[in-house]
Design a protein around this ligand. Structure first.
Ligand code: 0A1
Ligand code: ZN
Length: 881
């Protein structure tokens, strides 16, 4: 593994490379333990660089078998090679020469899943961000664009399928039962987009005719016996291809597009040119094995990787500091795609929930960094919610500021201006400035300044003068190495909701630019005045979640209740009920901490029943409005001295109060939603299931409580309903014979299907209470579990550490100790996965003192070994700093 060297990479140190590699030829002689890679690099000295300038190529754990220049083997004294670096101090003085390198790698022993590895016998590569250097020495940086020709050789039995990027140009037989395929990708690309797959796989074939009439052969490659489970992914792919043509005018550019699903993968998927490699979790789905959430994720991730073909591949990043250039933009594009395929409001609420759950704590803790960072020690650790999700929010704000037409013009300009480039965020922003004539210089701070801005808002109504005033003050909290912040341009969408529930349309007199329902905040403090407002409106703020900020508003509970019922903007309406829940839960938490009973406002508890039964609202929305904030959400709002046990008690109490008050309504609704119809994964049907399963959770209290869940578990005709019932049984009736029986029956039925078993691990990893540590520890010894498979690790250890507040944060520190030991075990196999896992402790400083001390001890124990990987060292040191 790559050990920490302490080296820090800084954006200001960027220099163009001395040499270019316009052509790269690769030959892979694949063998499980000894794969020989021959690289033929056409090297070109950049204009202005002195002849004979030393050439340095990066490597990582490589064994070099030979080096030749222009076909002549180089004497060992003419180069220096370590496993990390190949340097040729005196290369030819000519402006072009050919460098041939022969390296040997062992895919079977590569458990880091970076470079060339084997997953269930399938050869597979992962090169982003710095995996290509684990295959051959290379100038391994994203601005090194090269045209690749790749020859793959393997045993015909072992690997009947041989794939790489681009178009297939030749195939043939070799001696001793081997065969080969040659692939050529005409589009110059960075090394991180290189891919190779070889193995015995089944293929689902289809085709797509592009807008200009070109035929593209589509293939999804999966394990034998799983082809049927790839049809939803294929459908999502074709819809994505069509959508990108319709919405952005972007057409696919090769003759083939292949997707491969593998079962060992560090992330969700990878956008390699013409050969996307996927974690099989995000390809395989049918009603019997996948939940509605799985279907939605597959649709989004298939789209995401496909959309990268333009935003990422045709236009790539100059350096890794620009990661958000491709990721933020592509997430924005996949969000818009899903919004168009599903319910826009429901999708947007889901995005807000994800951002708050993952990005806000990152931005508010020790790992905070700007969307475009300025320094890093380990780039693997910058595939973060900030780069991805906040990066997408920044693009969304550009659209809000420009309006849809100028935004589209800006996108067109960006694409035409930079096609074939390795670009920067400055290039991106400039395209929108040039297309719209607007100055985005203050806005660009969203890329450069970390931290979640806060808006503190107060209002005043003067009925006599018919004036309504909104006073808004912005602040950006300090973050690591950024103590002073500059003022941001924040587009804040709002509405003034009149007593009849309709939006008022008063004119703003002064105070700020107000355009199309958006206040453009640019100064520290704005006072916006509206006239002609006779009756006091309820203020609906950050509609559509127009900016990724937090709000501090003094709002009357009756205003919030009114907005929760009436706001025409569904995101703000959902926010109103969520705010009410959060306030109630914080009060409940305080009561519990003070040894008192948590009591809740009747009006709120009643309103929830009304919302549940409001047939004018789509079921998916109602499911969201009925869902209480998660324990971690409540903790974030409380901010410090977190006691997860008290939060849990308060949340249970509110849940029971709602359930008791609305038992009749909920039961009737639950029975009425029993579709019975044939399964469809569409958003409408999924919404009905979501509502029904939220209701099931509420209904599992009181006398005979497990029976409904048992009935649903036993009669479910799809995985969404079955898994939901199992979760209710396992969480609410842990240890009860009916719960034990359901878990055993699930294991019995799906024991041989690892992706389904992940749901079983997840369900048990989130059983509340002190017993979870021992349960999770025992599950690490389950026959289906392996610390080497990232999906298993995330399902059990990842879920336990991020979703089980009472189990993980056990007051005696047992959860943290188990976690620390496990992270170090995983690090030996896969440092990247271990480092990501370790971020679960990033909010340790907001815990109450006893837990805080225990969490710190655990962090120190992870930091103790001398030879830590750069991945884990980087996370731990920043977390402890
Ligand atoms: N570019 C991919 C994410 C990704 C990053 C690193 C990986 O290596 C382990 C794999 C995938 C995406 O945005 O989908
Ligand atoms: Zn991406």
């Amino acid at each position: 593994m790559r050990k920490d060297t302490g080296q820090v990479f800084r954006i200001e140190d960027y220099r163009p490379s001395d040499y270019l590699i316009p052509q790269t030829g690769l030959t892979f002689a694949l063998a499980p333990e000894e794969t020989i890679v021959t690289a033929q690099l056409e090297i070109e000295r950049r204009e202005g660089v002195a002849p004979g300038t030393p050439l340095r190529l990066e490597g990582d754990e490589l064994a070099l078998l030979g080096v030749a220049v222009d076909g002549e083997p180089l004497d060992a004294s003419a180069y220096e090679a370590t496993s990390q670096l190949l340097s040729i101090p005196r290369p030819p003085r000519s402006s072009r020469f050919t460098l041939t390198l022969v390296t040997k790698v062992d895919p079977s022993r590569n458990s880091s899943l970076m470079g060339l590895f084997r997953s269930n016998g399938v050869y597979c590569t992962q090169c982003e961000p710095e995996g290509f250097r684990r295959i051959t020495y290379f100038v391994d940086r994203p601005d090194m664009l090269s045209v690749y020709t790749v020859r793959v050789e393997a045993g015909e039995d072992e690997a009947p399928i041989l794939l790489s990027n681009g178009n297939l140009v030749e195939t043939g037989k070799l001696e001793r039962g081997r065969h080969f395929a040659v692939w050529h990708d005409p589009f110059p690309k960075p090394s991180y987009l290189f891919a190779l797959v070889a193995g015995d796989l089944a293929v689902l074939h289809d085709e797509f005719i592009t807008a200009s009439g070109r035929k593209v052969a589509l293939g999804i490659h999966v394990e034998h016996g799983k082809k049927e489970r790839a049809s939803y992914a294929m459908d999502a792919l074709k819809r994505s291809m069509k959508w990108d043509e319709d919405i952005f005018g972007l057409e696919y550019d090769l003759d083939v597009f292949n997707i491969v699903a593998v079962s060992d993968f560090n992330m969700g998927a990878m956008e390699n040119k013409g050969l996307n490699v996927f974690n099989d979790k995000y390809v395989l789905a049918d009603e019997a094995t996948a939940t509605d959430a799985d279907f939605a994720n597959i649709e989004a991730i298939i789209a995401h990787e496909y959309f990268h073909n333009w935003t990422g591949n045709r236009i790539t990043c100059r350096d890794w500091f620009q990661l958000c250039l491709k990721e933020g933009l592509t997430v924005f594009r996949d969000h818009e795609f899903s919004a168009d395929q599903r319910s826009r409001a429901v999708k947007r609420i889901a995005e807000v929930r994800t951002l708050r759950a993952h990005q806000f704590p990152e931005d508010q803790g020790p790992l905070a960094h700007p969307v475009r960072p300025r320094r890093y020690r380990e780039i693997n650790n910058f595939y973060t919610a900030t780069v991805y999700e906040k990066g997408s929010e920044v693009v969304r704000m550009i659209r809000t500021i420009l309006g849809p037409d100028d935004f589209r013009k800006g996108m067109n300009l960006y694409i035409t201006r930079h096609d074939g480039d390795a670009a920067t965020i400055e290039d991106f922003v400039k395209a929108f400035e040039d297309a719209s004539g607007k100055d985005l210089s203050q806005f660009a701070l969203w890329y450069h300044q970390a931290g979640t801005p806060n808006l503190s808002v107060s209002t005043a109504h003067d009925a006599e003068r018919g004036e309504f005033r909104i006073e808004i003050e912005q602040s950006v909290p300090p973050t690591p190495s950024e103590s002073r912040k500059r003022l941001m341009h924040i587009p804040l969408a709002f509405g003034l909701v009149g007593p009849d529930g309709n939006d008022m349309q008063p004119a703003a007199v002064d105070g700020a630019t107000v355009e199309d329902g958006v206040i453009h905040l640019k100064k520290r403090r704005h006072v916006v005045r509206f006239q002609g407002v006779k009756e006091r409106p309820s203020l609906s703020l950050n509609r559509g979640f127009s900016a990724p900020i937090t709000l501090s508003v003094e709002q009357k509970p009756e205003d919030l209740l009114f907005l929760a019922r009436k706001d025409s903007d569904l995101v703000a309406r959902w926010q109103a009920s969520t705010t009410l829940f959060t306030q109630a839960l914080i009060q409940g938490f305080r009561a519990v901490r003070g040894q008192k009973q948590a009591v809740f406002d009747d009006a709120l508890v009643e309103a929830i029943g009304e919302i549940a039964a409001d047939a004018s609202l789509e079921p998916a929305y109602r499911a969201l409005a009925l869902t209480l904030p998660a324990e971690a959400d409540i903790a974030r709002e409380i901010g410090s001295h977190i006691d997860p046990d008290a939060i849990f008690i308060a949340r249970e109490a509110l849940s029971q109060a709602i359930a008791q008050r609305n038992a009749g309504v909920f039961a009737t609704l639950y029975e009425g939603l029993d579709g019975g119809a044939a399964f469809s994964p569409d958003a409408e049907s999924a919404g009905r299931r979501a509502l029904r399963n939220v209701l099931l959770d509420y209904l599992a209290v009181g006398e005979g409580a497990p029976d409904l869940a048992v009935r649903q578990f036993e009669t479910a005709t799809n995985m969404t309903d079955r898994a939901a019932a199992l979760t209710v049984l396992a969480h609410k009736f842990s240890g009860h014979e009916k719960s034990v029986a359901a878990l055993a029956s699930f294991e019995n039925q799906y024991g041989d299907d690892p992706l389904v078993m992940d749901k079983w691990y997840q369900t048990q990893a989130t059983v509340p209470g002190a017993g979870a540590v021992d349960l999770v520890r025992s599950l690490t010894r389950h026959r289906g579990f392996s610390l080497s498979n990232p999906n298993r690790v995330r399902a059990l250890i990842g879920t336990f550490s991020t979703m089980n507040q009472t189990g993980f944060h056990r007051a005696d520190g047992a959860g943290y100790r188990f976690f620390a030991e496990t992270v170090l075990e995983i690090e030996k196999r896969n440092p990247q996965v271990a480092a990501r896992l370790a971020t679960a402790l990033r909010s340790w400083r907001s815990l109450e003192p006893t837990r805080q001390a225990a969490a710190r001890d655990a962090l120190l124990s992870i930091a103790a070994p001398e030879n830590l990987s750069s991945d884990l060292r980087d996370i731990i040191e920043r977390t402890l700093a």
